[in-house]
Design a protein around this ligand. Structure first.
Ligand code: PBG
Length: 311
């Protein structure tokens, strides 16, 4: 004899009864690219339906987005001119202030990195520990501007330690640090580097981002970031790293966030757009991240899901 399973799949109504994984509006974190100037909402050539916004226009966009249930954003700043000073007091801090003033309940996460501010597009200034000190100052400036959570994405050793100490020293004991703990040197970042103007002009990021051949090392990175003070963990990219997401989920109790990066977005978007795959591919891939163990997901498809979940 054999067991029968097909009764579970008889119709959409029946399938729904047996479904194990669902997406909610609260699962989504929307990345936003903020540029200087005014009245700018410019589609990013490498990322269809993703925009460069000036602060005034992002506020209008956020009215639309919060109306359909947006709860959380991740801010990237693209300065007009490069330089560390811009990272310490520039477009991100202004954007955070303006956004928090108008949307006090919206969770604002800021990406902490140097790659959009250095001339060579690298996430560091040469020396690891000197870079960490600057990153800590940047994180503090974001928090002073009103950022709810800081998210270091540079992959220097000890950055979480430096950020945590700096925040503590300034009496910000309770600011969560969402660290990109396991961030791989990935080919999936291509479209983003266009968007954030941060492609390295020489070399690559393999001396600081993780080797994509490694699995065990991800847990070492995650445990270390937690020791240093991380309160939530980003795995990045997401789709080719479901094993890592599952490993981390099984070992730690902190919130796990999957970053479905620009190249994943582009690949899925174009497959659907060109008619190679049904639109349901979007749901299938994002559900797979949640099924693997993500509590929340950073994705450029956030507006798409918020609209869909509002129907
Ligand atoms: C910067 C940073 C990158 C991404 C997020 N923060 C690019 C990189 O590391 O090269 C990639 C995001 C994406 O591809 O969507 N450190």
């Amino acid at each position: 004899m054999y067991k029968r399973f097909r009764y579970k799949r008889e119709s959409e109504e029946v399938r729904l009864k047996y479904r194990e994984t669902f997406l909610n509006k609260e699962d989504f974190i929307l990345p936003l690219f903020i540029v200087e100037g005014s009245d700018i909402k410019r589609e990013i050539p490498s990322m269809p339906k993703v925009y460069h916004f000036s602060i005034d226009r992002v506020l209008t966009y956020l009215v639309e987005m919060t109306e359909i249930g947006l709860k959380s954003i991740l801010i990237f700043g693209i300065p007009d001119k490069k330089g560390i000073n811009e990272a310490l007091d520039g477009i991100v801090q202004s954007a955070v202030k303006a956004i928090k003033e108008k949307f006090p309940d919206l969770e604002v996460i800021t990406d902490v990195c140097l790659c959009s501010y250095t001339e060579n597009g690298h996430c560091h200034i040469g020396d690891n520990d000197e870079t960490c000190k600057i990153l800590a100052d940047i994180a503090l400036s974001h928090v002073k501007a009103g950022s709810d959570i800081v998210a270091p994405s540079d992959m220097m050793d000890g950055r979480v330690y430096h950020i945590k100490s700096k925040l503590k020293k300034n009496n910000y004991n309770d600011i969560p640090i969402m660290s990109y703990a396991a961030k791989y040197a990935s080919n999936f970042y291509g479209p983003f580097r266009d968007a954030a103007d941060c492609a390295p002009s020489t070399g690559n990021r393999k001396t600081y981002q993780m080797d994509y051949c490694n699995r065990n090392e991800a847990l070492d990175e995650v445990y270390e970031d937690i020791n240093e003070g991380a309160t939530q963990i980003i795995i990045k990219p997401a789709l080719s790293y479901l094993d890592i997401i599952r490993d981390v989920k099984e070992k730690i109790d902190l919130p796990i966030i999957g970053y479905s990066v620009s190249g994943e977005y582009k690949m899925i978007y174009e497959s659907v757009n060109q008619g190679w795959a049904a639109e349901d591919l979007i749901n299938e891939t994002i559900i797979s991240l949640k099924r693997a163990g993500c509590d929340r997901i950073i994705t450029y498809f956030t507006p798409y899901f918020l609209e869909k979940l509002s129907e």
